[in-house]
Design a protein around this ligand. Structure first.
Ligand SMILES: NC(=O)c1ccc[n+]([C@@H]2O[C@H](COP(=O)([O-])OP(=O)(O)OC[C@H]3O[C@@H](n4cnc5c(N)ncnc54)[C@H](O)[C@@H]3O)[C@@H](O)[C@H]2O)c1
Length: 340
């Protein structure tokens, strides 16, 4: 692939998240550009085309596959990810798949195998790995400011509206529940900082706030191979209160917290010379992760060099969620790796 021309991206699915991708691609002129967009609901594609000045709407999925895009982004309900991603790869394009990469390990493996066979790449959208706030927290940890992380906590509080505006998200197949749909974000973020997993335990709430097939509230607990433990809480049941996402890492010498409302804050006597909480990055620049992700992936497509996130990371995040579901179902602690 030419290293001096922008990577051409076709979008499959023009729903809510397509906006973040179109904005991110526009933020990378000369690096990535939109080849065209497609949605089964043409009015959605037309609305996005008008909003983002997209010059080409494909008429059919076959037209997308037969077109000249270098990469196709699959921005669809979860149960459609694997089917379409494999078709993209078999047609000779790279693929970027919204989170979760797929809903089972067999589907993840079908995507990874199709990529290997085609000599193409399959990347999940793990946008929070690319947030400036994640970099700030990771640098604080790797600088030794808080010592070796022994504990982490994540909280994802969202309102029922997250689900009600996307009816497929409330179904077991399409959405899969709050762990698969929402907590997969902190799951991949925990693994990015703490490394590979050794075990998982989880329970799902049964006092439902929403009418959705799978769980609307759950807690998962993980142990990492290097010894740290983490607790991850997620819900779509917050009828009132702010949309709140927080990840905190604790070490013997302090802690660092990434919060969508308060930015990144740290406490470290070693680093600051006092025991107060200090801002590390007041504004998370929420959303810039998508632009940084596309820049990294485009560089990988053009040069063949490694990227921060690979298809294997997509599979590992899905494995974390499936381990939690297995624990919830069997009321047992589940060891990693899960059987494929
Ligand atoms: N990374 C993030 O922060 C983030 C945030 C929100 C959603 N997402 C993910 O993005 C994906 C899509 O979510 P969304 O919020 O955009 O959903 P959405 O319901 O707003 O949009 C989905 C779109 O897909 C289209 N579609 C459905 N089936 C199709 C098919 N067979 N062919 C063509 N088009 C089809 C629908 O018409 C719709 O426009 C999901 O994987 C979701 O988890 C990620």
């Amino acid at each position: 692939m030419s290293t001096d021309k922008p990577v051409r991206v076709a979008l499959l699915g023009c729903g809510a998240i397509a906006q973040a991708h179109l904005r991110a691609i526009a933020a990378n002129p000369g690096v990535v550009e939109v080849a065209g967009i497609y949605d089964a609901d043409r009015s959605r594609a037309e609305a996005r085309a008008t909003e983002f000045h997209v010059g080409h709407i494909y008429n059919t999925w076959h037209d997308v596959l037969a077109g000249n895009a270098d990469v196709i982004a699959v921005l669809l309900p979860h149960d459609l990810h694997a089917k379409f991603a494999v078709e993209v790869l078999e047609a000779g394009h790279h693929v970027v798949v919204e989170k979760p990469l797929a809903t089972t390990l067999a589907e993840c493996d079908a995507i990874l195998n199709a990529a290997a066979k085609a000599g193409k790449r399959a990347h999940p959208v793990h946008n929070r790995i690319y947030d400036p706030g994640t970099d700030a927290a990771r640098e604080f940890i790797t600088s030794g400011a808080i010592g070796d992380v022994f504990l982490a906590q994540t909280v994802g509080l969202e309102p029922p509206q997250t689900v009600s505006v996307r009816p497929w998200l409330g179904t077991k197949a399409g959405g899969g529940g709050v762990l698969m749909a929402q907590a997969v974000h902190p799951a991949y973020l925990l693994r990015w900082i703490l490394g590979d997993l050794s075990e998982a335990t989880s329970i799902a709430g049964t006092r439902k706030v929403l009418d959705m097939t799978s769980e609307d509230t759950a807690i998962a607990v993980y142990r990492f191979q290097q010894g740290a433990i983490a607790e991850m809480t997620g819900t779509f049941g917050m009828n009132v209160g702010p949309w709140n996402h927080r990840v905190t890492f604790y070490g013997p010498d302090g802690y660092v917290e990434i919060c969508n409302r308060e930015g990144v804050r740290g406490l470290s006597e070693k680093h600051f010379g006092d025991r107060d909480i200090h801002p590390l990055l007041p504004d998370l620049e929420w959303g810039t992760g998508f632009a940084r992700m596309w820049a990294d992936y485009a560089h990988g497509f053009r040069t063949g060099e490694p990227t921060r996130v690979s298809g294997l990371d997509g599979r590992a995040a899905v494995e974390m969620i499936l381990a939690a579901y297995e624990s919830s179902k069997t009321r047992r602690t589940i060891d990693f790796p899960l059987p494929a």
